[in-house]
Design a protein around this ligand. Structure first.
Ligand code: FAD
Length: 449
């Protein structure tokens, strides 16, 4: 056994807490690391990286554990579990948050909202700041303030050599560029510093349900309203099975004064005749937890996603069908959804960050969740079919949405996530900071040989 000492705990199979630590969001992932280092600080992360290299063990880095392919958990390798490093400190005068590398989004939101501040975070509060930020980070504030990665002002990380480095616009600027969209390829981030914004604490959520069979013209109208919507509004659409047939739910999330958001309601109501309407005014923290149970743990999961640069009528028809031949098909189809991009996301110069596809109109996702392993193949095939039906309209994919099969397919998945020029620059940064590809259990950028 190792003589390396850690301030946090070192867990091996059979230890209390080992199974909890290796369990991640997607219940299909059941891998057994040889060691789990529950890192309590930067020194533990340094020691863990050095130990893994000494023993030639694969490294997995765990923050929120939400990556659906389970990259955080290495079979027979060493997992660096950052979850004990979940602290957030807010400096309200400077509007900055210092966030440890294992923090969950909910911790960032709670600490910031105490001062009426926030920065862009994802839609489910138990997602990790680490994986989400390094891949980009889409959320309800992104159209106003850019993606989560656009709000990073500095990162502290432990490199493949076990050295502690600060990356920002002045220090290691190429690394800083790569960390904003290039994923966990370059080291273990132990602390992020974020810019916060005076968002207030109020929001409005509007949802209108339509029978899917009536929904094509309604979605066309919704799409056209989206093109001119204020950036406080993020348009949303979804299709899911209902007792009386599939339902298309269209609407928007507004962050800011709800009365201003209400001004969009007449145009939404004029789109058609909804079978149900819901307009609510959750606090920002409630909004950020609103999808916590639908996005909850312990289900088997599989999803396909695309960025859409356009959404013509043929794409709307495919969206409503969810990969099936007609609207009366099985209730086991995946739920499909759209979330609008644009606004500040599109205004940030493309060259500023590794994140790609700033011209996205909507992100599309087809997600299945189930519990019985006997359904695995059928559920995944249905989600793949829904994904394939929107592929003709796709302009790329969010790196954090890539599935293991898309990544296994040569570098096809990565070529959909990044332009050739960005992939070349990411490869140069990877070669400089991790030439031996120590950090490869991720959406991997291979170093040049
Ligand atoms: P983990 O599985 O812990 O980590 C994923 C990978 O990120 C690791 O393998 C590692 O390579 C890297 N990593 C994580 N932390 C660090 C670190 N500190 N240093 C270095 N590398 C690290 N994305 C959005 O943009 N917006 C959303 O609204 C959104 N909602 C989601 C909701 C749910 C329910 C789920 C499951 C996912 C959602 N996502 C969303 C996608 C999400 O961004 C990715 O799943 C992301 O990988 C989650 O990060 P994590 O830290 O929780 O995952």
């Amino acid at each position: 056994m190792t003589t390396t000492r850690f301030d946090g705990r070192l867990l091996t199979p059979g230890d209390a807490g080992y199974d909890t630590a290796r369990t991640v969001w997607n219940a299909m992932i059941d891998r057994r690391p040889r060691m789990i280092v529950r890192a309590s600080g930067v020194a533990d992360v340094v020691a863990a990286v050095r130990l893994a290299r000494e023993l030639d063990l694969e490294i997995g880095v765990r923050c929120g554990g939400h990556n659906a392919a389970g990259f955080a958990v290495p079979d027979d390798g060493l997992m660096i579990d950052l979850t004990p490093m979940g602290g957030v400190r807010v400096d309200p005068a400077r509007r900055r948050a210092r966030v440890q590398g294992g923090a969950l989004l909910g911790a960032l939101d709670r600490a910031s909202q105490a001062y009426g501040l926030a920065t862009t975070a994802g839609n489910v509060s138990h997602t990790g700041v680490g994986g989400l930020t390094l891949g980009g980070g889409m959320g309800w504030l992104a159209r106003q303030y850019g993606l989560t990665c656009d709000n990073v002002v500095s990162c502290t990380l432990v490199t493949a050599e076990g050295e502690v480095v600060t990356a920002n616009r002045a220090e290691h600027p190429d690394l800083f560029w790569a960390l904003r969209g290039g994923g966990g390829n370059f080291g273990v981030v132990t602390e992020f510093a974020f810019q916060l914004h005076r968002t207030g604490t109020r929001t409005l959520v509007a949802e209108f349900d339509f029978r899917a069979e009536d929904a094509v013209p309604v979605i066309e109208g919704w799409r056209d309203l989206n093109a001119v919507a204020p950036r406080q509004a993020t348009f949303t659409a979804g299709v899911a099975g209902g007792p009386a047939g599939p339902i298309a739910t269209l609407g928007f999330v507004w962050v800011g004064d709800p009365d201003e958001g209400r001004r969009l309601l007449p145009a939404m109501r004029a789109l058609g005749r909804p079978v149900a309407t819901r307009v609510t005014t959750p606090s920002y923290l409630e909004l950020q937890r609103r999808e916590d149970s639908t996005g909850g743990h312990a289900y088997r999961r599989y999803a396909k996603a695309h960025y859409l640069g356009r959404f013509p009528t043929a794409a709307i028809e495919a969206f409503l069908l969810r990969g099936a031949a007609d609207l009366s098909a099985s209730p086991r189809l995946p739920a499909v959804g759209l979330q609008a991009h644009g606004g500040a996301i599109a205004e940030i110069p493309d060259a500023d960050t590794a994140f790609s596809h700033r011209g996205t109109m909507f992100e599309f996702g087809a997600g299945a969740r189930w519990t019985d392993p006997a359904e695995d193949e059928a559920r995944m095939a249905a989600a793949r079919a829904a994904g394939a039906s929107l592929e003709p309209y796709a302009s790329g994919v969010y790196v954090n949405s890539l599935t293991a099969d898309e990544l296994a397919d040569g570098r096809g998945g990565m070529r959909r996530a990044f332009s050739p020029a960005k992939l070349a620059r990411l490869t140069a940064v990877k070669t400089a900071y991790d030439p031996a590809n120590v950090f490869h259990l991720n959406q991997n950028i291979r170093p040049a040989r």
